[in-house]
Design a protein around this ligand. Structure first.
Ligand SMILES: *[C@@H]1O[C@H](CO)[C@@H](O)[C@H](O)[C@H]1NC(C)=O
Ligand SMILES: *[C@@H]1O[C@H](CO)[C@@H](O)[C@H](O)[C@H]1NC(C)=O
Ligand SMILES: *[C@@H]1O[C@H](CO)[C@@H](O)[C@H](O)[C@H]1NC(C)=O
Ligand SMILES: CC(=O)N[C@H]1CO[C@H](CO)[C@@H](O)[C@@H]1O
Length: 186
């Protein structure tokens, strides 16, 4: 084979490869389109559950001890995808809410025993540490969140949770970390 012939066949096969891979690429994109856009958005009932949880609290700077605290729930706006809200993480495939981080979020109020929070059954991580829960009890419904791996309800100062821990917390068989510490100011 001459040098020219070799170059020619390389060029041909490169061209073939390019066409082949570009059609593969388009196929992938089309497939992806249908899977991603469909599942990435927050489920409506989970969005509603988060919004009513938000509405059950006041924002009060003094409810959080951390000097870098800020009200994360301000970014929780009904017309937007809840997976994009501050402190919220969704499963990339199913779109279910799997993590809530509302640590040091200046939330003040009582935690309702029937809070809509307990309908978020796909939650794997829940951090409500350093807010002001006005001595409310940890709901027995915490036991509904059976996927929970991390639970942080530790509090500071005067506005801690009640010291009583419901026995249902023992239903959380996937728990890897549990923080219920209370720091009372001297
Ligand atoms: C705090 O708790 C007290 C006593 O249970 C109650 O009267 C009051 O309404 C609560 N405040 C809030 C903001 O939930
Ligand atoms: C919670 O809801 C149940 C029924 O779903 C009701 O029996 C119970 O009284 C409610 N508890 C509170 C504290 O609202
Ligand atoms: C729980 O939250 C507090 C305050 O946000 C933090 O200091 C602590 O490390 C957390 N606990 C765990 C086990 O992550
Ligand atoms: C394979 C497949 O379902 N492809 C879909 C990708 O998304 C477009 C529109 O976004 C649909 O028309 C295709 O059917």
């Amino acid at each position: 084979m001459t040098m020219m012939g070799l170059l020619h066949s390389v060029a041909l096969s490169t061209q073939f490869l390019l066409i082949f891979s570009s059609s593969l690429f388009t196929n992938c994109l089309t497939l992806n389109d249908s899977t991603t856009t469909h599942h990435h958005e927050c489920h409506q009932h989970e969005s509603n559950a988060l919004l009513s949880f938000k509405q059950s609290f006041f924002i009060s700077k003094s409810a959080s001890y951390n000097t870098f605290s800020y009200p994360k729930t301000v970014s929780w706006i009904p017309t937007t995808d809840c997976c994009s809200w501050d402190g919220i993480e969704c499963d990339e495939l199913t779109g279910h809410v799997i993590s809530i981080d509302l640590s040091s979020s200046q939330l003040y109020g009582s935690m309702d025993a029937n809070s809509t929070l307990f309908s978020l059954v796909h939650l794997q991580s829940l951090d409500l540490s350093d807010n002001g829960f006005n001595h409310s009890q940890i709901s027995a419904r915490i036991g509904h969140l059976s996927q929970l791996r991390h639970l942080n309800l530790s509090q500071f100062g005067e506005t801690t949770l009640s010291a009583e821990v419901p026995t249902q917390i023992s239903h959380l068989s996937n728990l890897l970390s549990l923080d219920l510490r209370s720091y009372i100011e001297a």
